[in-house]
Design a protein around this ligand. Sequence first.
Ligand SMILES: *Cc1c(COP(=O)(O)O)cnc(C)c1O
Length: 385
Amino acid sequence: MTLDPKKLAKFASIERGPRDFINIDPLQTGGKLTPEAQKAIVEWGDGYSVCDFCPGCLDKMKQPPVSEFVHEVLPEFLGVDGARITNGAREAKFAVMHSIASEGDSVVMDGLAHYSSIVAAQRARLNIESVGHSGNPDYYIDPEGYGQAIEKVTSETGKVPALALLTYPDGNYGNLPDAKKIASICHEYDVPLLLNCAYSAGRMPIDAKAIGADFVSVSGHKSMAASGPIGIVGVNGDYVDTVFRKSPTHKIKEIEFLGCTARGATLMTLMASFPAVVERTQRWDEEVANARWFSEKLEGMGLIQVGQKPHNHDLMFFEAPIFYEISQKVKKGRYFLYKELKARQIHGIKAGLTKYFKLSTYGVGKEDLSFVVDSFEEIIDKYNK
Ligand SMILES: *Cc1c(COP(=O)(O)O)cnc(C)c1O
């Protein structure tokens, strides 16, 4: 072994940098830990810390109360018959695809689907049929597109698709398509629908049954104030038996989850934040109002919010020709915006982006959002003198 301890020392003290910035990074706004979760991560940080009283499978654990959380609380929260903890939204999607479909089957998904939906389908050896959207500026998904895609797959392969997937909302424009309509169209063809709620469950109320979704995938680190990786899969109806089927040899172990998923601090942060998460989803109207207000302010400066308008979600995509023009003429080029925002302790727009970028207003609050708006204005004035 030739690993030099001196070289290794740096791993023992990695600092993250300032965390007191205003954060508008869509990946991060919904995943900031509550004080309760911060405590939990220290308390439960040791490996296998939750397993002291494990009866052999995670969801049956009484202490800590994982069983109550998984079997009573989460199904009610999501409107599903059964739920399980996964290591992320992608693992939830893969578990559904892998359990209900067979190699060579097709999955129909919206053209705005996250890459992880596509990779999950590939890992499950499924063919993907994409449902188009209207493109710029609305990126609207016509529910009828699902019917057309299902018919196309059926006529080309002689078999109805095993699954349809809808991204709710999509991770670029924050559009919330008509999920109820899409669910009902899919059901006309007996195709079950997986609603990918990575950006919604934990921010806004989600009721899979009311929507008609057969499955939901949830991301704890994206939208439930949890330290990842952690997620949830929700399942309705008879699909419960398929997705949660048990090993013939290890009778209490569920195959799709390799017997066990999150077994430590990540799960405990999800649980510790949960009361606050339930409370915040009930204040979703405020968040939408803040997002709309913010969008109007930026549009007043010449930026263009693309996607649904008025917007229905905190994740928003802006075109910013005014920043692009500045980037063409200043010394720091395309990094000027990042640097100006950093100087004002605002984090979240990717370094080097000016022409267009996405951001999230979730949980930022009106006061800090006003500061961001004022900062944008200041930056424009500064360079347009
Ligand atoms: C972030 C994101 C995911 C991935 O979530 P993980 O929990 O990290 O797997 C999936 N879908 C969408 C739409 C996302 O935005």
